[in-house]
Design a protein around this ligand. Structure first.
Ligand SMILES: N[C@@H](CCC(=O)N[C@@H](CS)C(=O)NCC(=O)O)C(=O)O
Length: 201
């Protein structure tokens, strides 16, 4: 069975749990604290096969380790309904995966972490900058998803799973998510999709 080095508070890990669950792939979860080294022995085992030192990390049955949520989504999603075979649709999926890593995650995930998980409160200027960045990325998403059911094509893909990971946690980052009604409606649609799992479950 696969092992997923996981964190129940991480949107990056949720992305991987969502896809594995939707694909019916069984996995064993090993919870790694993202707040510090509370269980040194477990952390040592995790770090031994993990050069990037981050969760999520998946270890396959043969010991091969996979990291970076986007790359893991592609690894398991390729050849399934979650990654389009059409070249242009695949391109669109990759564009949204890059957007998520370059824009959504560095704004919403970092602000959420600073406000809810970090030991020190952020500098007000940094907080204001991250809030403004978060609102900008949500505005981009809101404009794209208006009049669409999903980010690419007519059904859920790994682009939706990736973007859901942190955008649905924007309220934890103190963002008024209701200002982005199309995104909120898409979040509801995502919760209705087969195999949905919530953060913390
Ligand atoms: N770009 C990576 C980011 C991974 C990442 O930052 N993971 C965080 C949890 S969300 C982590 O491992 N934090 C613990 C640490 O840095 O020690 C991905 O998408 O998987």
């Amino acid at each position: 069975m696969l092992t997923l080095y996981d964190s129940s508070v991480s949107g990056n890990c949720l992305k991987v749990r969502l896809l594995l669950t939707k694909l019916g792939i069984e996995f064993e979860r090993v919870e790694i604290s993202v707040r510090g080294d509370r269980e040194p022995a477990k952390r040592e085992r995790f770090l031994a096969g993990n050069p990037r030192r981050k969760v999520p990390t998946v270890v396959l049955e043969d010991g091969t380790s996979l990291s970076e949520s986007m790359a893991i989504l592609l690894w398991f999603g390729d050849g399934t309904r979650f990654v389009p075979s059409d070249r242009l649709e695949r391109q669109r999926v990759l564009e949204w995966l890059s957007f998520e890593q370059n824009n959504v995650e560095p704004a919403i995930a970092v602000l959420r972490h600073a406000l809810t998980l970090a030991e020190r409160t952020p500098d007000p200027a940094v907080e204001a900058f991250l809030r403004s960045r978060s609102e900008s990325v949500l505005a981009v998403m809101d404009a794209w998803i208006a009049g669409r059911e999903f980010f690419v094509g007519d059904h859920e893909t790994i682009a939706d799973i990736a973007l859901f990971g942190y955008s649905h946690l924007a309220r934890d980052a103190g963002i008024d998510l209701d200002a982005f009604g199309n995104v909120v409606a898409w979040h509801e649609r995502m919760r209705e999709q087969p195999g949905f799992v919530a953060l913390g479950s």
